[in-house]
Design a protein around this ligand. Sequence first.
Ligand code: TNX
Length: 537
Amino acid sequence: MKNISNTHWKFISKMMIVLILATVSSTMISKGNNEAKAISAIESSNNIIIPRPVSYEKGEGKFILTKDTSIYIKGNNEEETEEINKIAELIRGKLKSSTGFELNIIKSDNVPSGSIYLTTIGSEEAQGDEGYKIITTPENVKIIAYRPEGISRGVQTLRQLLLADIEKDTVVTDVEWSIPVSTINDKPEYGYRGLMIDVARHFFTVDEVKRQIDHASQYKINKVHLHLSDDQGWRLEIKKWPDLTNIGGSTEVGGGPGGYYTQEEFKDIVKYAAERYVEIIPEFDMPGHTNAALASYGFLNPDGKRKPLYTGTDVGFSSLMTHDEKTYEFIDDVIKEVSEISPSKYIHIGGDEADSTKKEDYDYFVGRVSKIVEKYGKTPIGWDPIDTSPEINSNVVLQNWKDSNEAAREKNMKMIISIAKKAYLDMKYNESTPYGLDWAGYIPVETAYKWDPTDYAPKELVLGIEAPLWTETISDTKAMDYMIYPRLLGHAEIGWTPKDARDWNEYKVRLEKQGERMKNQGINYYKDSSVWTSEKK
Ligand code: TNX
């Protein structure tokens, strides 16, 4: 100390003051910058894209799509180019119905002015499987992604950059099909963004399911979970046990004719979904929710006799026999057949509301069935309380619909968040909704938007989200649309867009603009009055 002179001290303390001031003011400046950034982000998000992209920067000018526009495609290898070709064909078809243009698809990276270019060349691994970039200049629109899947997600965004008329299925003339000059950089927060359709309570045809896949995929939903069996119906052909569908598939809630998918039809749904980069996840609900199976085969019942078919809406009254090897042989046959025709890595085994199965029997049963699924190379998914079985470990994924998932947390099980009071599409919007149930409360559009999976589970365990449509009260496309839309757009955004980038007031504006698009696609969405005022319908 004694070596430091007075002047030195003065110098040092002056420097410290300068340093402190500099730190304080730079924090203030950067705070100011952040605020400015936030505002400019809102201004520049004068797009209507749902789910909201990670970044959207608007420039000056526009790209105009004309009858002479071509779609150029090129992957890193022949196989990728072929895959991109399929995406190009899909978007060409979509654009054709409203523009009337028959765009050429050309396999080349020598891209002239006036064309669209879809490519994986020069992309970055950090974009992941689903990330993409859309660079629009007056000369070109380029979608670049690390994987063709990312290009497919980008193409869905591209649709939303064009006029809502683009969604019409009749040719619209006298409009300019332009895309604003802009750069979009985007990738999802979660890899699992699902819609569940209960085709057991009411049966829906292959075309009805495809239509829902098509509509959901435009909002980047990438999993469609089919609830294929319940008390009221068994909906997938199992060749070894044909009465499952002959008898178990022959009715539905209310006593209608029901129906089922042959294995060929199921494969057709899977293929249709895969072209849109949507994975079909099959579910057979067990050990409860099994009356349709019990009605099909006597050997599944303690007295050896078939149960009567059921067309009501009660839950919790049926159970498979959990200590009978015939049950497990039967389940093995079912899982074997479905694993052969379903490319998904997942098979959902249900596990909910097994109120007629003793807890210890339930625990044993779900453990055995999970092992069967694993034997066929698949990952089991189950509804809570599957996580509470000591036989269940982190190889199993929990689909969490009630609030509790402590056991899953303790075991480090991955989770899909489907909390009923937020994510259920069969809950009424309000007391005047003509369809749906209300046991988990009313779910207006705002409630369906204002939640996050991390409200229910630690982020590192969350695979993503899923919105289930149970169909006790839903029997046709009109009702299905009404309950799914517009709430699914909110869930899709929760799965895709980071929490910090989401805000109801800003979302509401984008959602309102999506109304015209949904209408042009013939989607019978619920026109929530907090979003669509009467003249904006
Ligand atoms: C509970 S959610 C069920 C379904 C019903 C639904 C009706 C779940 C795993 N089980 O069986 O269809 O409520 O909202």
